[in-house]
Design a protein around this ligand. Structure first.
Ligand code: NAD
Length: 332
């Protein structure tokens, strides 16, 4: 049985080839994203394996179904890029990897928080140029600061636990409060209260109709002046233009983003010799208090191994007609 991969990178091949020793599938890798331009190349494939920026819309799904594809396997947690209704209509099964290493993403969020606060990105460059001065590198204690967390699922929960370890006051909002976290000392409050009271806000909810642009020109003024905002979840949670205005007015004091609304044109590629046409990301990167990483929060050895193993097992189970917990939520 053949699985065709899209948006594949050398590290995907390494981890999937290794895990596939246990499964014995035929694996075919394309570096290009999945889209109408590549459909004709798909032959004798039962499953396609896609990543965060593959747009699996109704047109693509219809073409996949005509080609005999039975399974769309997301090698990521989020599934906002797949038209689940179209998949259901075409009788294609959609599976994902709900929790490969929540700690990997939570730890990256903390890395961004500390880098921005203690200005490690500035210090690294400065010391290399033999500038040992401390001017401009002043940070603050994270201890006893109020950290607001939006979304306390797998990643948000891991993030809350790390921040409790720092001795921070952790407050959180989720559509369903987490009893385990509440017992550990996390206070569940409304979204408005998170905005009002937090020194640092970290986003860990999925992107959907309710959460799109939750950080916008109305919510930002209700936050503490100089707030730190961290987003390792999905770019669409933030209205980027509103955030740029707030950085200019100093209402937002620090911004750390691992995800960006228009990232599919940029991330996961080496564009170092290209002219970047996206003025919004260029403006963002011009701020000294903004840190951008290119969707790397998941990128640890442990997470890659888990992603490969769970994805291949998902496909095996679905092709054998077995019941699977990892099918994308709306289809469950
Ligand atoms: P999860 O499903 O375990 O948790 C999501 C939580 O958000 C749940 O507790 C849910 O109740 C809550 N939620 C849903 N709607 C909400 C709303 N309107 N307001 C507040 N909370 C809401 O997911 P997870 O594994 O913790 O992942 C969270 C997100 O992180 C994913 O959706 C994905 O977009 C992103 N992610 C990013 C990376 C990366 O590399 N940057 C890697 C993995 C996941």
């Amino acid at each position: 049985m053949k699985i065709t991969f899209f948006s594949s990178k050398p590290y995907d091949k390494d981890s999937f080839n290794k895990q596939n020793e246990k499964f014995g599938f035929e694996l075919e890798y394309y570096e290009t994203h999945l889209g109408p331009h590549i459909i004709n190349a798909i032959e004798n494939t039962e499953a396609v394996c896609v990543f965060v920026n593959d747009k699996v819309d109704a047109q693509v799904i219809e073409s996949l179904a005509k080609k005999g594809v039975k399974v769309i396997a997301l090698r990521c947690a989020g599934f906002n890029n797949v038209d689940l209704h179209a998949a259901k209509a075409s009788e294609l099964k959609v599976c994902r990897v709900p929790a490969y290493s929540p700690e990997a993403v939570a730890e990256h969020a903390v890395a961004m928080l500390l880098t921005l606060n203690r200005k490690i990105h500035k210090a690294y460059n400065r010391v290399r140029e033999q500038n040992f001065s401390l001017n401009g590198l002043l940070g603050f204690d994270v201890y006893k600061k109020t950290v607001g967390v939006i979304g306390t699922g797998n990643i948000g929960r891991a993030f809350c636990k790390i921040m409790l370890g720092f001795g921070s006051e952790v407050i959180a909002y989720d559509v369903a409060a987490n009893k385990e976290l509440a017992a550990l000392g996390v206070e569940f409050r409304s979204m408005e209260e998170i905005f009002k009271h937090s020194d640092i806000i970290s986003l860990h909810c999925p992107l959907n109709d309710q959460t799109k642009h939750i950080i916008n020109s109305t919510s930002i003024p209700s936050m503490k002046k100089g707030v730190m905002l961290i987003n390792t979840s999905r770019g669409g949670l933030i209205d980027t233009k509103a955030v740029i205005d707030a950085l200019k007015s100093k209402q937002i004091g620090y911004l750390g983003i691992d995800v960006y609304e228009q990232e599919e044109e940029l991330f996961f590629r080496d564009l170092s010799t290209n002219i970047i046409e996206d003025d919004t990301i260029q403006r963002l990167m011009s701020f000294p208090n903004v840190l951008v990483t290119a969707h790397q929060a998941f990128f640890t050895t442990e997470a890659l191994q888990q992603i490969a193993e769970v994805s291949l097992n998902n496909i095996k189970m679905l092709m054998e007609g077995k019941k699977l917990d990892n099918i994308a939520a709306q289809l469950a």
